[in-house]
Write a protein that binds this ligand. Structure first.
Ligand SMILES: C[S@@+](CC[C@H](N)C(=O)[O-])C[C@H]1O[C@@H](n2cnc3c(N)ncnc32)[C@H](O)[C@@H]1O
Length: 206
C-alpha cells in the first residue's frame, strides 16, 4: 500500500524523525514502550525503523481521550486512525510486529507492566500527558521497565500550554523531566548532541 494511505492530521513527528533516524538505529531496539500514541505517527515510524533487522514488540499506551491540550470530541476518530495506521505499518514491516494496545491511563498501564515482570524494554518514548505531575509519574514508572543501556525519549521538553511569559510550570513537561533526571543523576545519562526539543537519556544503572 502507498504512503498516502496513512491518515495523519498533523506533522508533530516530522522534525523528530530526522533525529530519531540518527540516534535510534545505534540502539537497534526490539522491545519498545510508547506512552502517548494518538494517531500512531511516532508508532508507525518506530515500526518502520525498528522492524528492519528483526521482529519488534511494541506496547502502545494511550487513553485515546486526549490531553488537556487536545480537542477531545474527535478522539474516537483519532483512535480509529491509530488502528488503521499501525495495521498498515505492521503489514509493510520487514519483520513481524507484535503490537500490544493498552487503552488506559499511563500510570495504570505502566504499573501493570511493572507488576507483570516481563522483559525490560530497549526504548521507552514518553509523549502522553504533558502535565508535570503525570510526566514525572510516567518517567519514574518507565525507569522500572527500561533495561540498563536502554533509551528513554521525552517529547516536548520546551512545550508549554500557555504563551511565553505566562507559563504555568505544572502544565509543562520540563519541570518533571528536570526533576526526574536530577534525582536519577547516577542512573540516567543525558545525550547532549541532539536538539533540545526532545530529551534523550540512556539508563546507566539500576
Ligand atoms: C501528543 S499526543 C501523542 C502523539 C504521538 N506520540 C505522535 O507522535 O503522533 C499525546 C497522547 O497522550 C494521550 N494521553 C494524555 N494523557 C494521558 C494519560 N494520562 N495516560 C495515557 N495517555 C494519555 C492523549 O490521548 C494523546 O493521544
Amino acid at each position: 500500500m502507498s504512503e498516502t494511505a496513512y491518515q495523519f492530521s498533523n506533522d508533530w513527528h516530522k522534525f523528530n524523525q530526522k533525529v530519531w533516524d540518527q540516534v535510534i538505529p545505534r540502539l537497534n531496539p526490539a522491545h519498545i514502550i510508547e506512552i502517548g500514541s494518538y494517531e500512531g505517527q511516532s508508532t508507525c515510524d518506530l515500526i518502520r525503523s525498528c522492524s528492519a533487522k528483526h521482529p519488534l514488540r511494541i506496547h502502545c499506551i494511550d487513553t485515546w481521550e486526549g490531553g488537556v491540550e487536545h480537542v477531545r470530541d474527535g478522539m474516537s476518530a483519532v483512535e480509529e486512525r491509530f488502528d488503521s495506521n499501525v495495521a498498515l505499518a505492521s503489514g509493510s514491516a520487514a519483520h513481524p510486529v507484535t503490537l500490544v494496545k493498552h487503552k488506559k491511563a499511563s500510570a495504570l498501564a505502566l504499573a501493570e507492566l511493572v507488576a507483570a515482570k516481563g522483559e525490560p524494554a530497549d526504548l521507552i518514548y514518553v509523549d502522553g500527558s504533558h502535565q508535570a505531575p503525570d510526566v514525572l509519574a510516567d518517567a519514574v514508572l518507565a525507569f522500572q521497565l527500561l533495561r540498563v543501556g536502554g533509551l528513554m525519549i521525552f517529547d516536548d521538553y520546551l512545550w508549554s500550554m500557555e504563551p511565553r511569559g505566562m507559563q504555568d510550570p505544572l502544565n509543562m513537561p520540563k519541570p518533571a523531566i528536570d526533576a526526574f533526571l536530577n534525582i536519577y543523576l547516577r542512573k540516567m545519562k543525558v545525550l547532549l548532541d541532539v536538539p533540545l526539543r526532545q530529551v534523550f537519556a540512556i539508563k546507566i544503572g539500576n
